[in-house]
Design a protein around this ligand. Structure first.
Ligand code: SF4
Length: 380
């Protein structure tokens, strides 16, 4: 660690280590005629991305989860990176981090199950402190969230006391609590420009994703200082990968997530959040498309766009993939893996999240001009 507390490597998991449990006493569930009749309409949605021989293993769990949800007045918030049987068949609300944060704040259910990673469940708890929030597997962390601590943020503030700190939602509650405002990849440019105006400065600190910060800096006149964090899924894509995809499938449209390095975005036709990518495919209906992001995203966008062919080189997020139907079923029936956040931390983090949620909601999701020239960014 140096004077800014920089870690030398990213731990793969965050501070939660209890993991998933419940398999030992899980009731045996069978693919009966009743289950088939109750789930056939769901299989019709996902038949192009889930082979028929797999469905009898998913359907009994889906049936049991949906029955428990109704009984317990529970909702499942499903991130775009969930596998298609979760995203399409048990998720009540699905979307990117910003959409899920808004749903967590608005739902009147007593119980929220977060089908996503730990920081998303914490955000749900912060926005709905009176509700019970469960996560199916406590080990579902995030390399970005693990890259920075609350102490790091305090040291950054000491060094740059006059600049607002904009923090990506992919961070722990403690880190959000030390920040001025949060952002997602949907609204990062909007938040950075808002913070510069509010503070009356031309420089904003945007942490912890260095690539998102560099990509935002290329879209605005604001000077950006960032942290050296990165998403282990998106940083693995290279510009050469994208050139090879274009050669292999002439005419393919390439959509990239802004957590990818800037030279990757420069090779793409479009860049935006997972929500913006899904909307782009629905609006433009390309013949062939590749989504430069986590693997399950293509399956979920394909369900809504059967006429488009998806080229599927992708990188798996090992943290998102810890969330399974079995884990969701166990979380509900055992009411297990409850998320708690210290009330003082929660109140401070809520203020940072609420500032983001209070920004005009009609602003379109940030679309990154992939041809914008890069700008210098200081990486701490
Ligand atoms: S995809 Fe990247 S940012 Fe999202 S949870 Fe996985 S490691 Fe974190």
């Amino acid at each position: 660690m140096d004077d800014l507390g920089r870690a030398t490597a990213f731990p793969l998991e965050n501070t939660a280590h209890d993991g998933a449990s419940g398999a030992a006493d899980r009731p045996a569930l069978a693919y009966t005629d009743e289950v088939r009749a109750a789930t056939d309409h769901l299989y019709a949605k996902v038949k192009d991305v889930i082979p028929p021989f797999e469905w009898p293993t998913h359907a009994p769990l889906i049936h049991a989860i949906n029955a428990l949800k109704a009984e317990m007045n529970a909702v499942i918030l499903a991130h775009n990176y969930m596998t298609p049987e979760i995203f399409n068949c048990v998720g009540d609300f699905a979307g990117d981090s910003l959409a899920l944060a808004r749903e967590a704040a608005a739902t009147d259910s007593d119980l929220i199950v977060q089908a996503g990673v730990h920081f998303m469940a914490e955000t749900a708890k912060i926005l709905s402190p009176q509700k019970t929030v469960l996560i199916p597997d406590l080990r579902a962390g995030c390399s970005l969230a693990a890259s920075i601590t609350a102490r790091d943020v305090r040291l950054i503030r000491e060094r740059y006391p006059n600049f607002p700190i904009v923090t990506y939602v992919n961070t722990t509650a403690e880190v959000k609590a030390e920040s001025d405002v949060t952002c997602t990849s949907s609204n990062a440019k909007q938040v950075v420009e808002w913070a510069a105006r509010e503070w009356g400065v031309d420089t904003v600190i945007m942490i912890p994703d260095q690539y998102l910060a560099k990509n935002v800096a290329a879209q605005t006149d604001i000077t950006v200082i960032t942290w050296h964090g990165a998403c282990e899924v998106h940083e693995r894509f290279t510009a050469a990968d994208l050139r090879e995809m274009r050669e292999a499938t002439p005419g393919v449209m390439i959509l990239a997530h802004p957590e990818c390095p800037p030279d990757v975005l420069a090779e793409a036709d479009f860049a935006g959040s997972t929500g913006a990518m899904a909307s782009w495919v629905s609006d433009h209906k390309p013949a062939d498309v590749v989504l430069i992001t986590e693997c399950s995203m293509s399956d979920n966008v394909a369900v809504a766009n059967p006429e488009t062919r998806f080229v599927r080189p992708c990188n798996l997020c090992p943290h998102m993939k810890r969330i399974t139907l079995e884990g969701i079923y166990d979380a509900l029936r055992l009411r297990q893996h409850e998320i708690t956040v210290d009330p003082v931390v929660s109140a401070r983090a809520r203020q940072a999240i609420q500032r983001m949620l209070d920004l005009p909601k009609d602003a379109p999701p940030s679309r990154f001009d992939t041809k914008a020239p890069p700008r210098d960014v200081l990486v701490l």
